[in-house]
Design a protein. Structure first.
Length: 250
């Protein structure tokens, strides 16, 4: 698997240029095409966004396309995401009115492929040296593992991290680590016990800090009911409190 089509959502929010740089960085490393999507709000704003996209792409030899969308922003971006190998979007910043509320929450469940969520705070590189794969043996975790293989193969350090109880016979995540090895990815399986005092999200965020992680890979958990988006607790907490870019798959 390779990322041949990269979609990046652009808007008037202050982190839009950082997302575009992230998409270009991915494309340069994976020899991919970048499609910038913008949902029209005001004609002048759309023209400005297109000019910024054109100027940035003129500084790279990456193939690219500009796509101006109409209609409901979440639905429009989600539809486009289904024709991409990976989609780059921004973490919701409730202090930035130019962002699209609910986009990340919806897209990680409905895109049909991996979604790279870029934090609204901090500076990051798409060349992730240390990647942490959150592993719990579920379908979503396996999907994230498979979707992230192009990035895992290029990382210098991959950690398969699980939260739970060691049964005394094997280290949780060891099978996933062995599976990665058969795909040419060397990794270390590590785990921490569950705690009644600390949430799983807090344990995961602590591990990210302790191990110097550049990228988190994890499954996205949740479902829709009567049009109301219901995210799993871990997914919701990480999307709100992420400290590094997160690749999510559902």
């Amino acid at each position: 698997m390779a990322y041949r089509d990269i979609l990046v959502h652009l808007s008037q929010d202050r982190r839009s240029p950082a997302r575009l740089d992230a998409a270009v960085g991915l494309a340069e490393r994976h020899r991919s095409r970048v499609t910038g999507v913008y949902v029209r709000s005001r004609p002048a704003a759309a023209a400005e966004a297109e000019a910024q996209f054109t100027e940035r792409m003129a500084r790279t030899d990456v193939l690219h396309e500009w796509r101006l969308l109409q209609g409901n922003p979440v639905e429009a971006v989600t539809t486009s995401a289904r024709y991409a190998d990976i989609t780059v979007i921004g973490q919701t910043d409730h202090d930035d009115d130019a962002g699209i509320a609910g986009l990340a929450d919806s897209l990680v469940l409905d895109a049909g492929g991996p979604v790279l969520v870029w934090p609204y705070a901090g500076t990051f590189d798409t060349c992730a040296e240390t990647v942490l794969l959150a592993w719990n043996g579920t379908r979503e975790a396996k999907r994230a593992l498979s979707d992230a293989l192009p990035l895992l193969r290029q990382a210098n350090n991959v950690i398969v991290f699980s939260i739970g109880t060691d049964d005394g016979t094997h280290l949780p995540g060891a099978e996933a680590s062995a599976h990665l090895a058969r795909h040419g990815v060397k990794s270390d399986a590590r785990h921490r016990p569950e705690s009644s005092d600390i949430s799983a999200a807090d344990i995961l965020l602590s591990a990210i800090s302790d191990y110097g992680v550049d990228l988190l890979v994890m499954g996205a958990y949740g479902h829709h009911r009567l049009r109301e988006l219901l995210l799993g607790g871990m997914t919701r907490d990480i999307l709100r409190r992420m400290t590094v870019p997160v690749l999510m798959s559902h």
